[in-house]
Design a protein. Structure first.
Length: 234
């Protein structure tokens, strides 16, 4: 055994918050900030300060009393923990409207996820160029994955084709999948899947809008009996 102490595994909930902290800290650094506090990070991230301190402790950062955290160093620590000190090329399955939009999204490349390939089963799309990348046939998927050393796949297909896309990605050697197809995928143990369902997110927002509408309606009903103009003569 080596004398190095193994690092603690970071809980998934903390991992999910690290990109939020990174976005905030990067903006602070770009604005010239040198230090930040857990209270400030908590307010901007929408969590409590104790949770911020606990999350950052997994990185080995505890801050300095009266000074806070060094913004630049914290950015480095989070980027290192998230594996962002290197590029991770991705392959997009599906060259329809969504796939084209994702390929053209500059945030992928800017954040270290260049598009290494786009594939589709539609011969009409194969050979076209999307955001500087030539669309190739689905049958070329494994060759692209191997030659570009790609481990992350993005599924941007209709729901009916989502599982076939996932199976092809796993067979090609991809170990992480970002799924935009509105379907639940079945993948082998050890394959990481993150699902982005835009319809579900809109439905959640509609729930909050309905709550606001109901609250406004109830407030209106309660206000009527106390209306000082009610019953007044013209």
């Amino acid at each position: 055994m080596s004398g190095q102490r193994s690092r603690r595994r970071i809980p998934d909930a903390t991992v999910a918050r690290l990109p939020v902290y990174l976005r905030i800290l990067t903006q602070q650094f770009d604005e010239g900030a040198h230090n930040t506090s857990s209270d400030e990070l908590a307010e901007l991230a929408g969590v409590n300060a104790a949770k911020v301190r606990k999350d950052l402790s997994y990185l080995g950062s505890y801050g300095t009393r009266g000074v806070g955290y060094d913004v630049e160093f914290l950015v480095y620590q989070i980027r290192r923990e998230l594996g962002l000190t290197q590029d991770w090329p991705v392959i997009i399955v599906g060259a329809g409207h969504l796939g084209q939009a994702l390929a053209g999204y500059g945030g992928f490349h800017d954040r270290g996820f260049p598009v290494g390939g786009i594939v589709d089963v539609d011969d009409a799309k194969v050979g076209t160029v999307v955001a500087g990348v030539r669309v190739r046939h689905m049958s070329d998927l494994a060759q692209i994955v191997h030659s570009r050393k790609i481990s992350i796949g993005v599924i941007a297909t209709p729901a009916a084709a989502g599982q076939d896309a996932a199976d092809a990605l796993v067979s090609a050697g991809v170990t992480s999948i970002l799924n935009f197809a509105p379907t639940v995928l079945s993948v082998p143990h050890g394959i990481s899947v993150r699902k982005v369902d835009l319809a579900v997110e809109l439905q959640i927002l509609s729930y909050h809008e309905q709550r606001r509408a109901n609250a406004a309606q109830q407030a209106g009903l309660r206000a009527v009996p106390g209306d000082p103009t009610r019953g007044a003569s013209a």
